[in-house]
Design a protein around this ligand. Structure first.
Ligand SMILES: Cc1cc2nc3c(=O)[nH]c(=O)nc-3n(C[C@H](O)[C@H](O)[C@H](O)COP(=O)(O)OP(=O)(O)OC[C@H]3O[C@@H](n4cnc5c(N)ncnc54)[C@H](O)[C@@H]3O)c2cc1C
Length: 245
């Protein structure tokens, strides 16, 4: 079985997010990047399925050379080889077209993405890839089991779960529970240095959207502590400051 895992390079969740150029560009100064956590789940599931040589795992990333440490980390977790499409990820349509164009050359049985990226949170790339390849797409997968040419998938739905089967090839967006996250060990980290990382040029596809500006949430006001016995003060503040009663 051939598995393709799509990896997005996102700011560490503890990063302080700021913008430059009059709030039109993300300020990447001093930002530490990590594998998108949902993609870590996808990768861990792929490595689990490949255990003992049962599958071959390729990771793909659309981004510039600065993302290579993230790609090497994915190789250290257990992917067999990596592909980097050498272009800034201009929008979800652009990214999906790059991945689909590569996937068409390799006939993957399974394409895994995260349910969404934790930076732009578009949740679009997965469905676009499936549409471009004309294969099924299943989102928010919490369990994946492969039997021959068929995948059985548990999906998260409001208040419960849905179980469905689908023929391979398929694109699946992974969510919490799909796998235990695999942490690279020293052997994996050393081995990752010599695994193949192929850099390919981007295909010429127009981006469909342009971000015009970013806004950060209004900073929260200071907290007012009220003595537990001073109910009158609490009522007064709810009325005059919070204006909720
Ligand atoms: C410098 C810069 C400028 C940008 N400008 C714009 C803009 O003008 N308009 C706009 O819409 N977006 C813009 N983006 C956002 C960027 O295009 C997003 O990375 C892209 O839209 C995918 O993010 P998403 O949230 O839509 O992904 P989602 O659809 O939420 O991601 C789902 C899954 O797709 C896969 N995936 C996502 N991104 C990649 C990737 N790069 N490589 C491989 N797999 C991936 C991962 O498996 C991920 O879990 C910009 C990004 C950068 C870095």
């Amino acid at each position: 079985m051939k598995i393709l895992v799509c990896i997005s390079n996102v700011p560490d969740t503890t990063s302080k997010i700021t913008f430059t150029d009059n709030n039109t560009a993300f300020n990447s100064n001093g930002i530490q990047y990590i594998i998108n956590p949902y993609d870590e789940l996808a990768l861990s599931k792929a490595v689990e399925l490949a255990d003992g040589g049962k599958a071959n795992v390729t990771v793909i990333h659309v981004g510039d050379v600065a993302s290579e440490p993230t790609i090497r980390k994915a190789l250290a977790v257990g992917a067999d080889q990596a592909v980097r499409i050498d272009a800034p990820p201009r929008d979800a349509w652009f990214v999906a077209n790059q991945i689909a164009t590569y996937a068409k050359t390799e006939n993957f049985d399974l394409i895994l993405t995260g349910r969404e990226s934790i930076d732009y949170n578009g949740a679009q790339v997965q469905a676009y890839i499936a549409e471009l390849l004309q294969i099924p797409s299943v989102s928010i997968a919490k369990r994946i089991e492969i039997n021959g040419n068929e995948a059985t998938i548990d999906r998260e739905i409001e208040g419960g779960k849905e179980v469905l089967t689908v023929n391979l090839p398929v694109v699946i967006g992974t969510a919490e529970g799909v796998a235990e996250v695999k942490i690279p060990n020293m052997r994996g980290i050393m081995g990752a240095r010599s695994k193949p990382l192929t850099v390919l040029p981007a295909v010429d596809v127009p981006a469909l959207s342009t971000i015009s500006n970013y806004e950060t949430p209004t900073p929260r006001g200071a907290v007012t502590l009220i003595d537990k016995d001073n109910i009158n003060k609490l009522v007064e503040l709810l009325h005059t400051e919070a204006k909720v009663i």
